[in-house]
Design a protein around this ligand. Structure first.
Ligand code: GTP
Length: 470
């Protein structure tokens, strides 16, 4: 490690050979993976490595990004935890390993939608990663309609919850029922505020779902939260790359009020909330978002993570702070298309985000499913191997060595969904999904089941490869 940097060495590397890092931020389903795809597809002669961290035990984003079509030089995944807290050491290890193993000139980090960008960015300015990397910018992707739904017409958004001066009824909060923080659980809208406050560049994404007045209002709200921040309106996160790469905005920030910048051990008075940064909103200063040292005072956690410099932190993880829970639903038996389409079009509000792969009866295509708030989209992404003719199938299977996942009856056809929500009634959602599976009688009379009215038939077919169910 270069002396004077790394552990406690102050702001990150300034060497020319330090690899610039873009940390993405944005709510569940805002468009972060869409942005990573866009960046990779338009990388030109840049060699980009990507690190993804997903909510839940299955890293859907990793599967999307590690496809052969995308020219990332390295894709590392960290699942089932949050890289701003319990996977912090893993993140350090992963990025140092990436730098050791591959040549690349930019790292993009996509944390889960319930991560706060500040603690992730600071891992590149303090600690082992600072010797190899330097922070370029935090780019926050906003689901603009969701952001407006949460805050429009309310003046400057503020965080609610313990110690922040609770506000009542801020409208949509990304899923929950507008928790007032009495039980220590904060609404997801708080996280939106923090993600904007921690940004160097804000993409007003899903601009196609907004009119001009919406976008002007969203820009004003963003600037109220983060004066001077760069904003870019985007559809499907299609931002010119020079607006987000090589901008060197993070280091130019005024970090003087960031207590942890340059100091590994964040000092905290224990309430984790009431540090006014002088911006007039009474907000935290950006380093203890969801990391309420002292609230979740679990010494065992620290022991489990090993004996490192930050183990004396007792973190309240974002999933606890925001009451976010997730589970994985798996099935081999196919869904009945009509019942499934009906359920997916009317998911309970508690389901904030769900995504994954669908096996729909009589559909020869793998269906990639993505729901974010009110939007539900299904895309056909190529045939199941089991639907190929025998020669292709044997060839494909021989090359892929995926025999372990091959089911006697269904081959590679399967459903795997990650369901993320606030106040989620997991058994009820599972039961409803189970009820959408084909019955034995329906499987016997397959001719009666036609998915094409609800689900896409694929790029090669006559129909549209994408279906918007809601
Ligand atoms: N209409 C519209 N849909 C979009 C836009 N950008 C992304 N989407 C869709 O929004 C859904 C979520 O996009 P992702 O890129 O997976 O979102 P994410 O932020 O990576 O999601 P998580 O990693 O789960 O937090 C997908 O169905 C996208 O196709 C946009 O600008 N307009």
């Amino acid at each position: 490690m270069t002396p004077g940097r790394g552990l406690g060495g102050g702001p990150g590397s300034t060497d020319d050979d330090a690899i610039p890092v873009t940390v993405l931020s944005g709510s569940l389903g805002a468009g972060k993976t869409t942005l990573v795809n866009h960046l990779l597809s338009n990388a030109g002669d840049r060699d980009i490595a990507v690190l993804v961290n997903d909510v839940g035990a299955v890293n859907v984003d990793y599967d999307l990004l590690s496809s052969d079509d995308l020219p990332a030089v390295g894709v590392a995944e960290l699942s089932n935890g949050c890289i701003c807290c319990e996977l912090r050491d893993d993140l350090e290890r992963a990025v140092v390993q990436l730098a050791d193993g591959k040549e690349f000139d930019h790292l993009v980090v996509e944390p889960s939608g319930i991560s706060e960008p500040g603690p992730v960015a600071r891992q590149f300015t303090n600690g082992p990663a600072a010797a190899r990397y330097r922070m370029d910018a935090v780019v926050t992707v906003l689901d603009t309609p969701q952001f407006l739904g949460a805050f429009a017409g309310e003046g400057t958004p503020e965080r609610r919850g313990p110690g922040t001066g609770a506000r009542e009824g801020s409208g949509a909060d990304g899923g929950g029922d507008g928790d007032d923080g009495d039980d220590g659980v904060r609404p997801l809208s708080d996280l939106l505020v923090e993600q904007v406050e921690g940004a160097d560049v804000v993409l007003l994404n899903k601009a196609d779902l907004c009119d001009e007045a919406d976008l002007v209002e969203a820009e004003a709200l963003v600037r109220a939260l983060r004066p001077g921040v760069e904003t870019v309106r985007t559809e499907h996160a299609a931002v010119p790359l020079d607006r987000v790469f090589g901008v060197d905005l993070y280091e130019q920030r005024d970090h003087s009020d960031d207590r942890s910048h340059g100091a590994v051990h964040d000092q905290d008075d224990g309430d984790g909330h009431g540090h006014d940064d002088g911006d007039g909103h009474g907000h935290d200063d950006g380093d203890d978002h969801g990391h309420d040292h002292g609230v979740h005072d679990d010494a065992d956690d620290a022991d489990d993570r090993g004996d490192t410099d930050h183990d004396d932190h007792a973190h309240a993880h974002p999933d606890e702070v925001y009451g976010v829970a997730s589970f994985v639903y798996r099935a081999r038996r196919p869904f009945h298309p009509e019942r499934l389409a009906a359920y997916l079009s009317a998911l309970p509000d508690a389901v904030v985000r769900s995504k994954g792969t669908l096996h729909v009866a009589n559909a020869d295509q793998r269906l990639r499913y993505s729901q974010a708030g009110p939007s539900v989209r299904v895309e056909a992404v190529g045939p199941w191997v089991a639907a190929m003719d025998e020669t292709d199938r044997d060839l494909y299977r021989a090359n892929r060595r995926d025999g372990a996942d091959w089911h006697d009856e269904w081959g590679d056809r399967h459903t795997e969904l990650v369901v993320i929500g606030v106040d989620l009634d997991e058994p009820a959602v599972r039961e409803r999904l189970d009820a959408c599976l084909c019955t034995d009688a329906e499987l016997e009379d397959r001719t009666a089941v036609d998915p094409t009215e609800w689900f896409p038939t694929g790029a090669d077919g006559d129909g549209d490869p994408v279906a918007v169910l809601r």
